[in-house]
Design a protein around this ligand. Structure first.
Ligand code: ZN
Length: 134
């Protein structure tokens, strides 16, 4: 028996997501990777990357706005350890403690709109306190 869980459900429209090659969404860029795409795509523009080896979803399905926000949140968060305000390990510990997450939940690819906004604000605050322009 495969240990893989059922395909994720789209949080926007409730349809099951389907594993597709990324060329299904990025017409010009077949990168040989896979995505879980909402079965109502393109009417419902929600998807998430699959792990290259295990094909597990890397987070929860996100629409364009949330995908963009997660990228922004990741960029802000990465600045914290890149500028050595904290070590990378400590930055992830801070993230887990701040939002009460287990290790397997502390992935920005799983974060909601609200948490992304909050994380961006908190990271900008830390960068400003350390006199680093974000
Ligand atoms: Zn959907």
């Amino acid at each position: 028996m495969s240990k893989r869980k059922r395909n994720p459900i789209c949080p926007y429209c409730g349809s099951p997501a389907v594993l597709r090659p990324d060329s299904f969404v990025h017409k010009d860029a077949g990168r040989g990777r896979y995505l879980y795409v909402c079965s109502h795509y393109p009417e419902c523009d929600a998807y998430v990357s699959a792990n290259e080896k295990t094909r597990e979803p890397m987070g929860t399905l996100a629409n364009g706005d949330l995908r963009h926000k997660r990228i922004e949140a990741h960029r802000a968060f990465d600045q914290i350890w890149r500028h050595r305000i904290m070590s990378r390990a400590n930055a992830y510990r801070w993230l887990r403690e701040k939002y009460g997450l287990r290790e397997d939940q502390a992935h920005i690819a799983c974060f909601s709109d609200y948490i992304c906004d909050d994380l961006i604000r908190e990271c900008q605050k830390a960068l400003r306190a350390n006199r680093i322009a974000s």
